[in-house]
Design a protein around this ligand. Sequence first.
Ligand SMILES: NC(=O)c1ccc[n+]([C@@H]2O[C@H](COP(=O)([O-])OP(=O)(O)OC[C@H]3O[C@@H](n4cnc5c(N)ncnc54)[C@H](OP(=O)(O)O)[C@@H]3O)[C@@H](O)[C@H]2O)c1
Length: 231
Amino acid sequence: MRVPDRPYVLLSVAASVDGYIDDNSDQRLLLSNDEDFDRVDEVRAGVDAILVGANTIRRDNPRLLVRSQERRHARVAEGKSESPIKITLTSKGELDPAASFFAAGDVTKVVYAPSAALAHVEGAVGEVSDVVAAGDPIDLNIVLDDLAARGVRRLMVEGGGTVHTQFLSAGLVDELQLVVAPFLVGDRQAPRFVGEALFPQDSGHRMNLAEVRQIGDVVLLRYLPKRGADV
Ligand SMILES: NC(=O)c1ccc[n+]([C@@H]2O[C@H](COP(=O)([O-])OP(=O)(O)OC[C@H]3O[C@@H](n4cnc5c(N)ncnc54)[C@H](OP(=O)(O)O)[C@@H]3O)[C@@H](O)[C@H]2O)c1
């Protein structure tokens, strides 16, 4: 049987000028503006799955649904679910089944866990999601292959920093959409866009800058990392 192609991986992030994706308070820091949130909604509507790390679920409690009714209807007209399926990664399994990630939207939720943690994670969220072993430790290649087998052609990775770092350092990102917000955070306790890692660019590769778009007071930078690696 032919193995389906890996999904196209689109990593989306909003960061302050100094590279932070949140501050260190309990309130979620809003980095974008309304026009950009609507752009992100359009991007969401165009993918088959959205992935966030377990810490983003714990800290932000995101719904990860397509907001625009028009876009939801358009998806349904194309034979898709109203919103993309939701994906997360966890080892600890400290996830609340009542969190919006699981409770909001009539879409499949998939939780990838290391094989050794499978039973524990199933105990936590097995009733509200498909819990899948993805290596020990988790291998993102196994995750992408499993998503491909589920029919996912386009995957949107929406953070946080731990997840961004892994996808970028593994060279698995086809497109990076970075929105720069017009302020500084300047708090080393706050989460950054990426942590320390060996990135493919370390070896001298430059990402291909595909687009620069001003959206009100923020700017969208669109990079195609893999294409840059061929140069
Ligand atoms: N500005 C933006 O665009 C944006 C977008 C999203 C999030 N954020 C911010 O990002 C912050 C959270 O980022 P974060 O780096 O702390 O966390 P994160 O990336 O959201 O999640 C990290 C957690 O995901 C699980 N995980 C990730 N990779 C794994 C792997 N390979 N194997 C097993 N489990 C894995 C682990 O969960 P367990 O601990 O459960 O094992 C890990 O602790 C929040 O402040 C949020 O507001 C900002």
